[in-house]
Design a binder for this molecule. Structure first.
Ligand code: NAG
Ligand code: NAG
Ligand code: NAG
Ligand code: NAG
Ligand code: NAG
Ligand code: NAG
Ligand code: NAG
Ligand code: NAG
Ligand code: NAG
Ligand code: NAG
Length: 326
């Protein structure tokens, strides 16, 4: 109770400071730090105080097995669109990988019979190699989490999809530290090498075409967690069906270090105006508020019941089917 009151008072003072300074330049401004950090996002972005927010801590042994969580079916994830323009851009909060194309191209996934189109891919990292992912897995952080953002084809575009509970599907993929990977023989080499070319907010650089499948672990379409949540940045819209991969990718320390050199939007630091340093961009975990987290694969407890064996058999069949589609 005491904590809440103190928080409320501090919060009000900061709101006045933020709005009183220069309303036009501050309005809607947000960051991962100080008086525009995650605790204060809801002043200008009220959905961030909702009850179905992301990220969350995924407690593996509490995830509910749900056999309606069929494998993701990808389309054109492995295709390299040579006539499209692949780029990285720094939007002041993260690095986004996007594609521009003059002809209509179709990349995305089918899930539970619905078509979700690729919208963009971005990264979340932390100030050191022990933190950075937005979701936690049984209280454990990973140093990097990639979000592949899709919108429901039926809703026409991403911004319209934000108005619907099933409008957006974000596929989250954890990356774990592994300094033995060969960073020079890696399909993501050009992506990681170009991060240094988008140091400042607003920078954009073209990269070699890269299939989206490069960001996803092999044979991972059938083993994931699922829950209903939100965007992890303002407006924090509660329109996201989350798919959090159970298989994990690898990243090296040197690749991670490149992200921490990035800079965000300008803000006032004592008497000078400087770019925000983007050493981290991971929103803290949010309360579940009674939401359920589902798993597409039964949690292995060591016991062997016939239903577990059936599920395992189905899982093997799904692995085979989905590996054909990747
Ligand atoms: C945030 O939401 C809770 C209910 O979910 C409400 O009690 C609280 O007043 C809200 N806070 C603000 C600042 O709107
Ligand atoms: C399985 O998940 C769906 C949501 O995707 C939910 O509607 C359904 O109730 C779940 N079934 C069980 C047994 O939890
Ligand atoms: C793009 O170019 C590569 C290398 O030249 C080729 O293997 C691939 O088939 C091309 N992709 C398409 C969709 O034409
Ligand atoms: C699309 O067309 C415009 C104008 O013809 C051209 O400038 C641009 O480079 C093209 N972009 C791609 C990705 O092909
Ligand atoms: C994959 O992309 C090609 C080229 O844009 C397109 O013709 C095809 O329909 C796409 N495949 C699917 C399953 O959408
Ligand atoms: C890593 O950063 C976190 C906070 O972002 C901090 O709590 C922790 O002490 C740091 N760990 C190391 C080894 O520096
Ligand atoms: C997105 O779709 C909505 C609804 O169809 C439409 O009003 C809006 O103009 C579209 N926005 C863009 C950027 O195409
Ligand atoms: C690069 O990696 C691929 C697949 O992991 C491997 O087959 C190939 O031999 C490697 N090339 C070099 C030069 O190490
Ligand atoms: C990156 O952004 C900075 C600051 O806006 C600008 O000065 C610089 O020219 C940009 N560089 C590139 C390659 O776009
Ligand atoms: C910094 O503060 C000054 C004085 O309060 C204000 O005019 C300016 O807009 C602020 N700049 C930024 C980038 O916040």
């Amino acid at each position: 109770m005491i904590h809440r009151i103190i928080f409320a008072i501090v919060g009000c003072q900061l709101a006045i400071t933020v709005l009183g300074n220069d309303e036009s330049s501050h309005h809607g401004e947000w960051s991962y730090d100080s008086d525009t950090g995650p605790m204060y996002w809801y002043y200008d972005h009220p959905q961030c105080n909702g009850t179905k927010q992301s990220p969350i801590n995924i407690q593996e042994n509490q995830a509910i097995y749900n056999d309606s969580l069929t494998p993701l079916l990808l389309f054109n994830y492995s295709t390299v669109f040579n006539n499209s323009n692949y780029y990285l851009t720094n939007n002041g909060h993260t690095v986004i990988l996007g594609m521009d194309s003059n002809s209509s191209i179709s990349v995305g996934l089918l899930w539970k019979g619905k078509q979700y189109n690729f919208f963009g891919l971005h990264f979340h990292w932390g100030e050191n190699d022990t933190v950075g992912s937005e979701h936690l897995l049984s209280n454990k952080h990973f140093p990097l989490e990639v979000h592949i953002v899709h919108y429901l084809n039926d809703y026409g575009n991403f911004s319209n999809s934000l108005n619907y509970a099933d409008g957006v599907l974000v596929w989250g993929i954890f990356y774990q530290l592994d300094n033995s990977i060969d960073v020079n023989n890696n399909s993501l080499k050009d992506v990681f090498n170009n991060i240094r070319n988008v140091i400042n907010a607003g920078n954009k650089t073209n990269i070699l075409p890269v299939p989206l499948s490069s960001f996803v672990p092999q044979n991972s379409l059938d083993s994931y967690y699922h829950y209903a949540g939100s965007l992890t940045t303002p407006e924090c819209s509660e329109s996201v069906l989350w798919i959090v991969n159970q298989k994990i990718m690898k990243v090296s320390s040197s690749q991670l270090q490149a992200f921490r050199l990035l800079k965000g939007h300008l803000h006032n630091v004592s008497d000078s105006v400087e770019p925000e340093v983007l050493t981290e961009n991971d929103r803290p975990i949010q309360p579940l508020n009674g939401r359920k987290v589902f798993t597409s694969v039964p949690y292995f407890t060591g016991s062997s019941s016939s239903s577990l064996l059936t599920a395992t058999a189905l899982y093997i069949i799904f692995s085979f089917v989905s590996s054909v589609f990747l």
